[in-house]
Write a protein that binds this ligand. Sequence first.
Ligand code: GRG
Length: 298
Amino acid sequence: MSISEIECFGPIVSQTRELVEQQLERYLRLDSGCPEHLASAIHYSLMSSGKRLRPLLVLAAAHVCDGHIPDALPAACAVEMIHTYSLIHDDLPAMDDDDLRRGQPSCHLAFDEATAILAGDALIPLAFEVIARDIRPAEIALRCVSELAIASGASQLVGGQADDLQLQHLNIDLAHLEEIHRRKTGALFTVSLRMGCICAQGTPQQLESLSDYGKHLGLAFQITDDLLDLSGDEVKIGKRTGKDSKRGKRTYPELIGVQASKKLASDAAENAIQSLACFNQVADDLRRFAKFVVNRNF
Ligand code: GRG
C-alpha cells in the first residue's frame, strides 16, 4: 500500500510520494563499508510498500505552515527510517514475533535475526545523519534532531513498546492503555507534524495546533489498528491479524468493546480536526486525513 492510494490527500500526495521514495532510495546509497547483505536487508525493509504516513504528515505540516516542501524532505525520510527500524525490531521473535510485514516476510525471515537487528540498528543513526547533514539552517536541524531523539527514545517510542510488552496479560484501565499508545504510536505521529512545522519555520501557535492534532490522530490511528487486528483483511493490511488477543495484548475493543472503540476513534479524529482551527482551508487535506485514519481498511 502506498500513499498514492490514500485518496484523502489532494495533489500533494502524488507530488510528494515520488519525492519521498526517490529520496529514500538516494539515502540508501551507502558507502562501501556497509556489507552487501546488510545493505540488502535495510533496502528490503525501508523500500517495501509502507503507507508512508509519517513522511506525508511531515510534508503536509510544512505545507500548511507555508514552507517549502523539499526543505522538510530529510525530516520526512528520517522519521520513516525510525518507524521502519521499529517495525523490524517489533517483528523479532523476542518481541511480537511476526512473520509478515508490509505484505512480505518480516526482515528476520527474509534474512536472519542478527541481520534484521543490525538493519534496524543502522536505520537509527542514518535518520539522524540525514537531518544533521541535509536540513538547513543548522539550528533547524538541531531542533529536529532533538525532537526526533526524544520522540523515539526511552520515554516515548521505546518506553511505550517496553510497557506494552511488559503489560501483556495484566489488567490495565483505559487511561493506562492510552498512555502507552501515546508513546508507542502517537509520539512518531506528533514529531512528524512538529518537524514539518519546524522546517517551515511555523509560528508557536501552529506548532501547538499541529502537536494537538498529532496527539489525537495517533490515538485514532491506534484504536483503528486494534479494530483492524480484530476484523481486518490480512492481504489488505499486509500483516497478520488476530494476533493481539492470542498474545494477551490489551486492546481497545477488548477493554471497551467494538462499538465503543469505534466511537472513541471517531471522537479522536473529530478532536484532531478541531485542533486545526487556526488554519484555513490550506489544512483541509489534514482534516480529510483524520477521517481517513478511522475509516481505513488497511
Ligand atoms: C521496537 C522500539 C520498538 C518499537 C515498536 C512499531 C511498534 C513499536 C509496534 C508495532 C505494533 C503496532 C501494531 C503498533 C501500532 C501502530 C503502528 C506503529 C502500526 C504500523 O504503522 P503503519 O500502519 O505501518 O503506518 P506501515 O507499514 O504502513 O508503515
